[in-house]
Design a binder for this molecule. Structure first.
Ligand SMILES: C[S@@+](CC[C@H](N)C(=O)[O-])C[C@H]1O[C@@H](n2cnc3c(N)ncnc32)[C@H](O)[C@@H]1O
Length: 319
């Protein structure tokens, strides 16, 4: 199937395998992609579903939902069978019943209740941001594409990175850069940001990247990655309260699974992986299927550098 995205889904074959969908013979089956992005994983999961099954796609970024909706309208014709009609935002396609929702995966229990969504046979979370977001200049996620420093997944929620940098306390900023970015020079960078904003606000991704490059020994390139990568990652995690959404969701998601249903979480940051690991291990509603996280193959790492830091953990809902 053609894809609506420039994003390359990580661990794709592993996700399809561990979804466990091929062992389920009863219908309807329900799959929730809690981080739809460009739908890279979702379109492959859809191919495993039948017309009576459901795919629920959720994303905090309304732009991602619009892009995928547009793609569906042009590429997947509505199903001819009127008995498959759903209410709300649902659309019946020739493949399966698809419902796309602009929200956080954290709200899944509420959404299931309000929209009468059956308990899920598979929930996938592929954390972080997509290449579509990274390449969108208006979002300011990347020092490469530049643009105004916003960095919010949902531009109606919370404050932008630019506003955060304008007022945050120096120590708090240093802690964010250290913890979420694992940046050794966090104090130096936070100090430089605070000094700079006394003269001039930091408004663009280029301005921030330039400032970080001047704080880090060796300048722009640090090993294989740009030295601004860690600071940008830290700000994105802070602006979107990403760990908070994950922590709250992961406690509640087992209740959204049908017995035998699977929760698959792909994380890219050690703090995220720790939350997922502990929460799956400590839940009395789940059994962990992956004692060690699943990593990308050497081949995938060479094809897609994003996959280098990906770790997937899978757990199954107990009966
Ligand atoms: C790595 S991308 C997903 C890519 C997708 N799996 C694909 O193959 O195209 C992560 C997506 O999760 C979304 N996201 C981040 N936090 C979220 C949250 N709390 N709830 C829902 N979506 C979220 C981002 O907006 C982004 O589109």
């Amino acid at each position: 199937m053609v894809s609506p995205t420039v994003h390359i889904p990580v661990l794709l074959q592993e996700v399809l395998h561990w979804s466990g969908l091929d062992r389920l013979t009863t219908h309807p089956r329900t799959v929730v992609d809690g981080t739809l992005g460009g739908g890279g994983h979702a379109w492959h999961l859809v191919e495993m579903l039948s017309p009576e099954d459901f795919l629920i796609g959720i994303d905090r970024d309304g732009g991602a939902i619009d892009r995928v909706t547009q793609f569906l309208d042009t590429h997947l014709p509505p199903a001819p069978d009127p008995t498959l009609t759903t209410s709300g935002n649902g659309t019946n396609r020739s493949t399966c019943r698809i419902r796309l929702i602009h929200s956080s995966y954290r709200e899944l229990p509420q959404l299931m209740y309000e929209q009468d969504i059956p308990k899920a046979d598979c929930i996938l979370l592929d954390l972080g941001l997509s290449s579509d977001q990274l390449e969108d200049r208006q979002r300011g996620f990347s020092f490469r594409t530049g643009g105004e420093l916003d960095m919010r997944f949902c531009t109606d929620e919370g404050i932008s990175a630019r506003d955060l940098l304008a007022k945050i306390d120096e120590k708090e900023l240093a802690d964010i850069i250290y913890q979420f970015g694992e940046e050794r020079f966090s104090r130096r960078i936070a100090r430089a940001i605070v000094e700079r904003r006394k003269l001039d606000p930091i408004e663009t991704a280029e301005q921030l990247a330039d400032l970080v490059h001047r704080c880090v020994p060796g300048g722009k390139v640090h090993g294989r990655i740009d030295s601004a990568t860690r600071t940008f990652q830290a700000l994105r995690i802070a602006v979107n309260h990403e760990l908070d959404h994950l922590t709250k969701a992961i406690e509640k998601l087992p209740d959204c699974l049908a017995p035998g249903g699977r929760l698959l979480v792909i994380s890219f940051h050690s703090l995220e992986d720790r939350i997922v690991k502990h929460s799956m291990r400590d839940s009395n509603k789940l059994t962990v299927l992956t004692k060690k996280p699943i990593l990308a193959s050497e081949f995938e790492m060479n094809q897609n550098s994003r996959s280098r830091s990906a770790k997937m953990r899978v757990a199954e809902r107990l009966a």
